[in-house]
Design a protein around this ligand. Sequence first.
Ligand SMILES: O=P(O)(O)OC[C@H]1O[C@H](O[C@H]2O[C@H](CO)[C@@H](O)[C@H](O)[C@H]2O)[C@H](O)[C@@H](O)[C@@H]1O
Length: 245
Amino acid sequence: MPLFTEPLLAPPPPLDIARDALFLDFDGTLVEIAPRPDAITLPPGLAARLAALEGALGGAFALVSGRNLAELVRYLDGFGGLIIGGHGAEARGLSGADTPPPEALAALQSRMSAFARAERLLYEPKAHGAALHYRSRPDFGPEVEAFIQSLLQQFSGFSVQPAKMAYELRPASASKDRALARLWDLPRFAGRRPVFLGDDTTDEPAIAWAAAQGGYGVKVGPGETAARYRLADPAAVLSWLEGGA
Ligand SMILES: O=P(O)(O)OC[C@H]1O[C@H](O[C@H]2O[C@H](CO)[C@@H](O)[C@H](O)[C@H]2O)[C@H](O)[C@@H](O)[C@@H]1O
């Protein structure tokens, strides 16, 4: 008898463009995970495809990522819609939504960068935090986590954000679900049902938020989740978005 360690979930029903509001994560959801953050390969015509989707949804669409907003804007040149970056700390298209960077940001980044150099890790500075990637040293996760936890004792205003082969520190007040709750007041979302697609731990609060508003979440890839549906990978996401799942 097979032993299932995670819920078996069906693919989502087709998107209802007249009724749904769509929120998409970036890394691992639209774009395959790569060895380094700057080594991703964008699916052909991604920005134009997102722009078309946004139009079809009457603007009820946003990209919601942990990445720096500036990077997302650069990768998606040609898509002019709503973007949430920095795990909810930054926004394009929503005035007054940006979280001020925590006061201790520069000191914190200097400690993380020095640790990365000493331990041969990849350091990723962010506008509101920073990440330590240990993909090149896959067994080193516990040490990275312990170091990140130790920083929490010394610098206030941050929360730990686990990511795929990485640990990040982000502003404690920023999260994807809180950012979505702010977006949700925009007139374009009125009367719609939120649908959130994501692949990682940072996406689970947003998945729960979508369900609490009467919508649903879709987990991309394997792993435990509160989502109602699952798609295997970014290729399956793109196919579903184009009506082919
Ligand atoms: O919220 P997301 O759009 O999913 O962003 C989460 C983090 O994604 C990036 O890191 C991850 O993807 C990299 C590229 O595939 C990969 O090399 C890394 O191991 C993953 O953790 C990004 O670098 C982070 O800033 C995002 O927070």
